[in-house]
Design a protein around this ligand. Structure first.
Ligand SMILES: Cc1ncc(COP(=O)(O)O)c(C=O)c1O
Length: 367
């Protein structure tokens, strides 16, 4: 959506945007650095106290022997899969057809590494044990994206995950976790990060998204894996001479938000219930399993845009900054809960949802 789209502008000016933590502006970095000692030495090409201390803390959180800080998850994950493919001598991995690597990375895995994907499951559901057992070809590694973002942030049952992990270990298939939103799923599973990561050979986690930082990623695994990932980071040009603005901000926002994931999860369920109470609206999943969900509406994109715009202007509630078409006469948008939601007055929220229901109904009556 264009920067000057009326809905985007109205959302950004609205008194109560419902999604995320706040604006992505320079203040995010200024806040993170405000309490930092100016004499703290910079990291240099992946070494130094500031990066090593943070990597050690993240390795402990994830229950892995070692962790490496990367500027992006895109870089970290392509490298993880390359390492596992080299180890097995096989340039093939399995993942979901709507995972980040397949949709949003311009085929980096294929073009840079010559690695071919085997696509498992479909756009309606997450990968299950049966998909892995019936895989048509051998693979070096299976990547699971938890939650599966492009289908609303769905998750497999924990038992299914345990069974997939056991099967992969038995067959010598490495299991990699795209845990961009790992912290966000822990309240639903009722597990620690280390317990979930124990099912996987390697793990990536993001510091923006639910954590609320600027950018940056951690990649964790055993010592040999981490050492090889550092070589690949250098090859990819990811070893910026200094990464401390990302590390310090990752640390700051991790400390501020990691303990609030259960709150975001409860709030996501509350907000999804408000959407589902409107006729013609359904969330996916119907009950969220993390802080995120998708809202599907039986209206063409343009009609939903104008409804959201009017709600923004009349109630101050920004439901979404964009709407995407979802087939003929249907549209959708993504919601992820952060710090903003708790500050939204409930009466304004109720008024906004009354308005949504009434406007959808009156359009349906005219159709
Ligand atoms: C599920 C998932 N994996 C990987 C990435 C890549 O992260 P980055 O933007 O740090 O490259 C993203 C980013 O949106 C994501 O949502």
């Amino acid at each position: 959506m264009k920067e000057n789209h009326p809905l985007k502008q109205a959302y950004s000016r609205s008194a109560y945007p419902l999604v995320g933590h706040g604006k992505r502006n320079v203040q995010v970095l200024k806040d993170a650095l405000a309490g930092v000692d100016g004499d703290l030495d910079s990291d240099m090409y992946g070494s130094g106290k500031v990066i090593e201390d943070f990597e050690a803390r993240m390795a402990e959180l994830l229950g892995k022997p070692a962790a490496v800080f990367f500027p992006s998850g895109t870089m970290a994950q392509q490298i993880a899969l390359r390492i596992w493919c080299d180890e097995r001598g096989m340039r093939r991995v399995a993942y979901h057809p709507l995972c980040h690597l397949e949709l949003h990375e311009e085929d980096g895995l294929k073009e840079l590494h010559g690695i071919a994907p085997v696509l498992l499951a479909d756009r309606e559901r997450t990968i299950g044990l049966a998909d892995v057992e019936q895989m048509p070809e051998e693979v070096a590694c299976l990547l699971l994206e938890l939650p599966q973002r492009e289908i609303g942030g769905q998750l497999p049952d924990y038992d299914e995950l345990v069974a997939i992990s056991a099967y992969c270990r038995e067959k010598g298939i490495k299991l990699h976790l795209d845990g961009a939103r790992l912290l966000e799923i822990l309240p639903y599973y009722g597990k620690t990060a280390a317990e979930v990561c124990d099912l996987f050979d390697s793990v990536y986690m993001s510091f923006y998204k639910g954590v609320g930082g600027i950018a940056g990623a951690i990649l964790a695994g055993d010592e040999a894996f981490a050492a090889r990932s550092k070589v690949w980071k250098r090859r990819h040009g990811g070893d910026l001479i200094s990464l401390y603005p990302y590390i310090l901000s990752a640390d700051y926002y991790y400390s501020r938000t990691a303990h609030k994931m259960a709150q975001y999860y409860e709030e996501a369920k509350e907000l999804a219930a408000l959407y589902n109470a409107c006729s013609g609206v359904a969330t996916k999943p119907s009950v969220p399993v993390s802080n995120m969900f998708h809202v599907h509406v039986r209206l063409p994109k343009e009609q939903l845009e104008s409804i959201l715009l009017s709600i923004c202007e009349n109630t101050g509630i920004g439901m979404s900054s964009y709407v995407a078409a979802a087939g003929e006469d249907a549209s959708c948008f993504e919601v992820s809960i952060g710090d903003r939601y708790a500050g939204v007055p409930k009466d304004a929220l109720r008024q906004a949802f009354r308005s949504l229901a009434v406007q959808i109904q009156s359009l349906a009556a005219r159709a």
